[in-house]
Design a protein around this ligand. Structure first.
Ligand code: AMP
Length: 281
């Protein structure tokens, strides 16, 4: 695996590869890698001649400074895992490389994607996500970008970014990788103690239970029931348990039995904010 810290050097290297006709698959991450990230690397490897991954904890997407400061960092282990997964290139920029002095962020027209769910509870988060992904796509110019369904709304935001900026990049969304307990793998799980990790499995169990009870008609009470169950189980806060239109993320309170739906959750356990989702239809 070749490691680059400078965007212009990486860009030069990748342009040469593209001229040789090699397709580039790209997996951006914030590090503290786990099997979920590696499933993206494997998917990229299957479909591309060259796989580029990046590790960059992007300050502009954190609306909570404490969350940014405590974001787990396991860079030596990450490099070993990427090498084992046969990742070809790692881009490891510092903040100055991504946001050099004089950098002026665009404003990205994300519409209602920015005001619902994560957008509502993390103001500015998706503008920050677009800033970093825009910078990374301009450097890597991948044929295909690989993202995890774990961050459902983020996938939709980045699809919008690709469209807005007319990047010649396809989007490939990889299903969520889970622990055997059902807990969605996440770098933030590293901050949970063993007991909380067990407790956190209740999020997926709740979403699965909700799915099993879904039928046409009014559906809001399914979400309220799960939220109350989680609070009773010791989760200290529920930002949302929500059923939304799977294509627009608009909230759905009454289901016609046909519209494709997704259930999404954001909850706090011991101060750690955890998100998950499952397609319902
Ligand atoms: P992150 O490092 O959390 O920014 O995640 C980097 C990429 O990995 C994003 O596209 C995530 O959606 C994806 N990802 C994170 N967790 C999982 C998971 N459990 N299963 C599949 N993809 C994931």
């Amino acid at each position: 695996m070749i490691l680059f810290k400078k965007g212009d050097e990486l860009k030069k290297y990748l342009i040469k590869k593209a001229v040789e006709g090699i397709s580039i698959g790209f997996v951006p991450t914030m590090g503290a890698l786990h099997e979920g990230h590696l499933s993206l690397i494997r998917a990229a490897k299957e479909k591309n001649g060259l796989v580029v991954s990046s590790i960059f904890v992007n300050p502009t997407q954190f609306n909570d400074q404490q969350d940014y400061l405590h974001y787990p960092k396991t860079i030596d282990q990450d490099i070993l895992l990427l090498e084992k997964s046969a990742c070809d290139v790692l881009f490891l920029p510092d903040v100055q490389e991504i946001y050099p002095s004089g950098y002026l962020p665009d404003h990205y027209a994300l519409g209602s994607l920015e005001t619902v769910l994560e957008g509502k509870y993390r103001p500015g988060h998706f503008q920050g996500v677009c800033q970093v992904v825009d910078r990374l796509l301009a450097i890597v110019m991948p044929s295909t970008l690989f993202l995890g369904q774990k961050d459902y709304q983020q996938c939709m935001v980045i699809a919008r970014l690709i469209h807005l900026k007319q990047y010649a990049t396809d989007l490939h969304i990889v299903p969520t990788m889970r622990e055997t307990s059902g807990l969605a793998m996440s770098s933030r799980n590293l901050r949970l103690n063993e007991q909380d990790r067990k407790k956190a499995a209740a999020i997926y169990a709740g979403l699965t239970h909700l799915k099993s009870r879904l039928k046409p008609g009014k559906i809001q009470s399914l979400c309220d029931d799960i939220a109350n169950d989680l609070l009773r189980a010791g989760f200290e806060k529920v930002d949302y348990i929500s059923i939304a239109n799977a294509k627009t993320l608009d909230p759905v309170e009454e289901w016609d039995g046909e519209t494709a739906l997704v259930a999404l959750a954001a909850v706090f356990l011991s101060g750690i904010r955890l998100i998950d989702n499952i397609p319902l239809t």
